[in-house]
Ligand binder design. Structure first.
Ligand code: TXA
Ligand code: MG
Length: 341
């Protein structure tokens, strides 16, 4: 299959491909998504094939109008309405009890469905033109970092999908916040652009799922199947170094000096050029965690392209969007984490 590169002028063409059951990668404000008509099971099944995604990992359904909620969720709790008012459209996904009409292929057989109303004008225009909610995971090959540009999508999926719609680089750069509203208390399953602090402002108590900060072993039941897979992972082993900028840089300098082969350091702008022979990939200032979020996945892909044998990453603290940045770095590291005082 020859994958077409579409522009923002081609929204009608993207919608037509989706309506006949094809796959189109579309830009969103978080990362690029690989979209299919959520109510066409065959189309949704082909998403799993194109990505090499495990069948037990459910997909997020994207809407462009609040009225579409009623086609997907059996009930919409008051907390969900409050959150929708404050954060939609935007980088928040809510897990709600599902309608029976939502296919098991989308939900991986769970009795809940994940729903997001993206803010990106192109994503919204495509959903509206397709006249159906769109199931869309991140548009990467399963296991690799999520794509934040059309080029990243092409690198992973050219030849496997009908089209990529280029809408420029994703603004947030990390996937949406996933919040489960199916139990007694809201549970943060995946941190993202809407922060834990913002959620607690609206909801009061929010539980942070254990898998956000630590490794879950294969035998444990996870609330969100996606959390158990190693993710965002370059080929070379990654180590996450957490602590102040100065302490992490000093640790990495000494570790790099003792490491054989090609070392890559994904570091703060402030530390560029301080790691001797090691290659530096700067991903933003320590003082600007939103920039770190925006650049992290591109940096992981570049470390891969640099043929690194070993990758060290300076990892920010858990405040604000830092929680999401640190979560993705720790997952890329398979939770090989060094915590400095
Ligand atoms: O920002 C995003 O959310 C992007 C863009 C394209 O919208 N999408 C995305 O999808 O990151 P994906 O498939 O890469 O991640 C979806 C996550 C997975 O960890 C999955 O397990 C979880 O959401 N998820 C989906 N449905 C769920 C459900 N019913 N219950 C619990 N977790 C669910
Ligand atoms: Mg993904």
């Amino acid at each position: 299959m020859n994958t077409k590169l579409l522009t923002t002028e081609d929204i009608a063409e993207a919608a037509a491909i989706l309506q006949r059951g094809g796959l189109v990668a579309i830009p969103t404000e978080t990362v690029y998504g690989l979209a299919a008509d959520a109510f066409n099971s065959q189309a949704v099944a082909s998403i799993f094939a194109a990505k090499g995604r495990p069948q037990d990992n459910p997909l997020i359904v994207h809407i462009s109008d609040l009225s579409q909620l009623a086609d997907l969720a059996e009930t919409v709790p008051p907390a969900a309405m409050l959150l929708a008012e404050r954060f939609w459209p935007g980088p928040l996904t809510m897990v709600l009890p599902r309608k029976a009409s939502v296919s098991d292929t989308v939900t991986a057989g769970l009795d809940s469905v994940a729903i997001r109303f993206p803010a990106h004008p192109v994503a919204r225009a495509v959903i509206a033109a397709a006249q159906t909610p769109l199931a869309a995971p991140s548009a990467n090959l399963s296991g690799s970092p999520s794509p934040t540009t059309a080029q990243h999508v092409m690198n992973d999926l050219a030849g496997r999908i009908e089209a990529v719609l280029d809408g420029g680089a994703s603004d947030v750069g990390l996937e949406s916040t996933v919040l489960a509203l199916t139990g007694e208390k809201p549970v943060l399953l995946r941190p993202g652009g809407v922060t834990y602090e913002q959620l607690t402002e609206v909801l009061g108590e929010v539980i942070i799922d254990k898998a956000v900060r630590q490794q879950i072993d294969d035998t444990e039941r996870v609330s969100s199947p996606g959390m158990k897979y190693r993710h965002y992972a370059p080929k070379a082993p990654v180590q996450a170094i957490c602590g102040s900028g100065d302490a992490t840089a000093a640790y990495i300098r000494s570790a790099a000096a003792q490491t054989e082969g090609r070392v890559c350091v994904i570091c703060y702008d402030e530390a560029v050029g301080t790691f001797g022979e090691a290659e530096c990939i700067a991903y933003g200032s320590e003082a600007d965690p939103a920039a770190l979020a925006h650049n992290l996945f591109d940096a992981l892909r570049r470390a891969d392209e640099a043929d690194a044998d070993r990758i060290f990453v300076q990892c920010p603290s858990d405040d604000g969007i830092g929680l999401a940045v640190a979560n993705r770095i720790k997952k890329a590291a398979g939770f090989d984490v060094v915590m400095l005082g």
